[in-house]
Each structure stands twice: as C-alpha cells, then as structure tokens.
Write a protein that binds this ligand. Structure first.
Ligand SMILES: C=CC1=C(C)c2cc3[nH]c(cc4nc(cc5[nH]c(cc1n2)c(C)c5CCC(=O)O)C(CCC(=O)O)=C4C)c(C)c3C=C
Ligand SMILES: [Fe+2]
Length: 387
C-alpha cells in the first residue's frame, strides 16, 4: 500500500473582516444549508443574504478579534494528530479541507493528488452527522470523485460520525468535571448542553440523524461524567424564520433562572473547536442573558481543541477505520436513501410548465422585493430577523 493520507473536514471560517461576506456567500450557496424551491435562485439569494448579513456578522466576529480561530485550531489538531498517529505506528500526511473558506476541500484534494496518496481516511471534525455539515462535505467530495478518474484510484474510507467514541466521550466528561469543580456547589450546578441547531424539517422530513446522535451523545457524556448533576439540552444559533430544533438555548436560560437555578455550566456539544458560536454567542450573548435573568454563576466548558486525550481518540478512530472494511460514498448514500426528499424537491417534481411559468414570475417579483429591501433596509426579512 502506498502513502497514507488523512483528510480532516471542517466548515471553515473567515480569517479577516473582509472575508466575512464572501464566506457567507459560499455558505448560503450550499443547498444543504439553505433549501430553495428553485436551484437558479440559490446564487442570487446567497449574494443577497450574504451582503445583508455581512455587517451584523462582522460585528460579531469583531467581538472575537475580527475573524474565526477555526483555521489555526484545525492546523494545531492536524499537527497533533499526525504525531499521535506516528505513536501508533501510522505515518500519514494530514490535509485540511474546509467547506466554505480556506483551505478549501478542493485545494486539499489537489494536494492529495500531487502527493500521490494511495490510501485516504476521510474524517469530519463533527462528532455528530448532519446533512448540513458532514453530509454537505461528503456530497462535495462525491462529486469530485465522480468527475475525476485519478481520484477513483485512491482507496478511501469515510468516518460518518464518532459521537459515541469512548475516548471522545471521556475527554468531554473530563472537561465538564474540571469546570464543575470550579463551582461553589459542584454537584448541584445545572449542566447545560448547547448544540448547534438545524431546521426541524431536516430531522422530521429529511431524516437527518443529527438530533438522535446529539441526544445519544449527551446520555453517554452524562454517564461518563458520573455525577448527580441535573442536565438539560437546548439548541442555539438559529438562522432565518423557519422552525429549528427546540428548545432554543435563548428560551431555556431565562426559564431555568425563573425556576431558581443559580449556576449554569454550559457545554458546547456539536463542535470540537472554539469558534464564533462559543466565543461570541455563548460567552458574550448567552452570558449577558443569563446574568440579566438572575443566574449567578455562568461557566462555559472549553472546546476540546487539541486536548491530548481527544487527539488520541481521533488517532484511534483513524487506526480502526484503516483496519475495517472501507466505507464508501455508496455506503453513506444508503443512509441518504432512507432520507425523504425535502418538501421543495417533491414540489419541484410535480410542477407543470404553466405552474413553472408562474413560479418564475413570482420568484422574480420576490427577488425584486429583496433588492428593494436591501436598498431601503426595511421589509419582511428585517421584521423576521433574517437580515
Ligand atoms: C455542528 C455544527 C454546525 C451545524 C449543524 C451547522 C448548521 C448550520 N449553520 C447555519 C448557518 C451559519 N453557520 C455559520 C457559521 C458556523 N456554523 C458552524 C457549525 C455548524 N453549523 C461553524 C463551526 C461555523 C463557523 C464559525 C466560525 O468560527 O467562523 C454562520 C456564519 C456565522 C454567522 O453569521 O452567524 C451561519 C450563517 C445553518 C443555516 C445551518 C443549518 C442548516
Ligand atoms: Fe452554522
């Protein structure tokens, strides 16, 4: 077998303030992130939302130094993982493939080809699988594979999710224990798991296993923690007007305060690196909300980043996947086949040409309304809080 590679998949984040708008454009151009009835509307709407949201988003990034720490942390993880793999006797090249910002997945794949990698492990840095995260990256890779015979020479294997890996669960429990032990009454503090949300329809209609895996992950971590603390799970970072997984973090914090809870230990559960939603949303916005509601002690469990036990767990995952039968895009597709189509896709199939004409006209009117709203700064999207 030739040279081995490990491709780490991640979302990516803007490095500098001027990257925010193009980063948002890439994100909203992805049909796994924002589902529209018409494919042709995707890019204009992505342009519109990214242009309108950029200022608010830049202000949030400004609160954490102007950009995302994601690239730096992922590079540290890759370096540590290479060393941990060497300790297990595996010499591997490490590659980082971000979905929406540098270094892009396409750049990583070009380098993998140049390096003549013969055996590749594809490891998403998301513990739980979601259509919107690992699913989106797998879909992109599958398209690259389909269009490139050279890539089809590589023996690859996918790791769809690893929320139940004992080493990861133990590392999470250890970080929570450390934080609890800083509280005046460690055994009574409320352990508050805050997961990144997804639109509810992803789970109920498209069959995204994300919620199931998040809930299972919380149970495993609480078991490993082995403490009598009460705990709660809620979902943060909602975008747009549609319903997302509930309960929402911003609703539960004041409810807990009203019930007399005084100490919260917040655990970011769906992401393993510090990023805007830990450093800005939890540390600044939710802390302020909690303090206003009467929470006296608000502590946040740090993200795993390059936690040594966690890196060893990733190395074990890679080793196990090299020893197991390869998992291909077709295998992950079986997961997708169980998945019902999104309502918009079903609707698109049933369209007659007359309906299509009308849909086109309505969409053009809608797009015009969007432009007017962008220029005037007023309109339904502002009212809904989308812009
Ligand atoms: C498991 C983690 C994540 C899920 C699930 C997820 C779904 C999801 N996200 C959006 C919209 C946005 N996400 C943004 C940034 C962002 N999201 C995640 C993780 C998950 N997203 C990360 C790691 C980051 C990057 C953070 C960084 O440090 O830069 C943003 C941009 C930030 C902002 O303007 O708020 C948006 C927008 C949707 C719509 C979605 C599910 C459909
Ligand atoms: Fe997100």
């Amino acid at each position: 077998m030739g040279q081995t590679g490990v491709l780490l998949l991640n979302l990516g984040g803007p490095d500098r303030p001027e990257d925010v708008r193009p980063f948002l454009y890439n994100l909203f151009s992805d049909p796994e992130i924002i589902r529209l009835p018409f494919r042709w509307l995707q890019k204009p709407l992505a342009w519109f939302i990214s242009t309108s949201r950029a200022r608010k988003s830049q202000a949030n990034y400004a609160q954490i130094g102007g950009g995302s720490p994601l690239r730096r942390i992922t590079e540290q993880q890759a370096k540590a993982l290479k060393a941990a793999l060497a300790d297990l006797g595996i010499e591997a090249n490490l590659y980082i493939g971000m979905r929406y910002w540098h270094p892009f997945t396409e750049e990583a794949i070009a380098q993998i080809k140049l390096d003549n990698i013969r055996q590749l492990v594809i490891l998403p840095l998301y513990p739980q699988y979601s259509i919107s995260t690992s699913g989106s990256s797998f879909r992109l890779l599958e398209a690259l594979w389909e269009n490139d015979p050279a890539l089809r020479q590589i023996h690859y294997t996918l790791i769809p999710s690893w929320y139940n890996h004992p080493g990861y669960v133990a590392a999470m429990a250890e970080l929570i224990r450390r934080e609890l032990d800083q509280c005046p009454n460690p055994d009574t503090a409320m352990v508050f798991f805050s997961a990144h949300g997804v639109p509810k329809s992803y789970v109920t209609e498209a069959g995204d296993p994300y919620q199931e895996q998040i809930e299972a992950c919380v149970r495993l971590i609480m078991n490993a923690l082995g403490r009598p603390n009460p705990h709660v799970l809620a979902y943060q970072s909602r975008v747009g007007p549609v319903e997302w997984l509930q309960p929402y973090t911003e609703d539960i914090i004041p409810e807990l305060a009203a019930q007399g809870v005084k100490t919260l230990v917040v655990v970011p559960i769906s992401f393993i690196s510090e990023h805007i939603e830990t450093l800005q949303e939890i540390d600044i916005e939710y802390r302020e909300l909690a303090e206003e509601a009467g929470i006296e002690i608000f502590r946040r469990v740090p993200a795993l980043n390059d936690h040594p036990g966690f890196i060893v767990a990733l190395a074990q995952l890679v080793k196990e996947s090299l020893a197991a039968p390869p998992r291909t895009f077709a295998d992950v597709n079986t997961l997708r086949k169980r998945v019902k189509l999104y309502p918009q896709e079903r609707w698109e199939w049933g369209m007659t040409s007359a309906a299509e004409r009308w849909n086109g006209r309505l969409a053009m009117l809608g797009f015009l309304a969007l432009i007017i709203e962008l220029i005037s700064g007023q309109g339904p999207l502002h009212m809904l809080g989308l812009l």
